[in-house]
Design a protein around this ligand. Structure first.
Ligand SMILES: [Zn+2]
Length: 115
């Protein structure tokens, strides 16, 4: 399913083929504070439509994930990382997908704090 979405101010816009019927609410140190609901898709299914120069890349801990947020409004619309086999992935913040109805998203808890 092709989806579009953006940060709050609209500078950062993306398009992605991603299943929005379910998402992950993680309890790791950053997801807990950020409140993101994430869905994952290979990087080849993701396209940044605008805002490349508006993204700030935040990294911590092992620095394997790029937490790219909009430098104007602070919203993280997506993050970038890789699977253990090296496949590059994007984590889409379902809260930033255009027209999303979170009541229709099956939200699964992920114990990221202990992974
Ligand atoms: Zn923004």
């Amino acid at each position: 399913m092709r989806q579009q979405g953006s940060c709050h101010c609209g500078k950062v816009r993306f398009e992605a083929d991603v299943d929005v019927s379910s998402g992950v609410a993680c309890n790791c140190s950053i997801c807990l504070k950020r409140g993101t609901v994430l869905a994952f898709t290979p990087e080849m299914n993701f396209k940044l439509l605008s805002g490349e120069n508006d993204l700030t890349d935040y990294q911590f801990n092992k620095k394997v994930i790029h937490h790219t947020f909009c430098s104007t409004c602070g919203i993280l619309a997506f993050a970038a990382g890789a699977m253990p086999d090296g496949t590059k992935m994007r984590a889409i913040n379902l809260r930033c997908v255009d027209g999303i109805d979170l009541d229709k998203v099956k939200i699964q808890a992920f114990d990221g704090r202990n992974h």
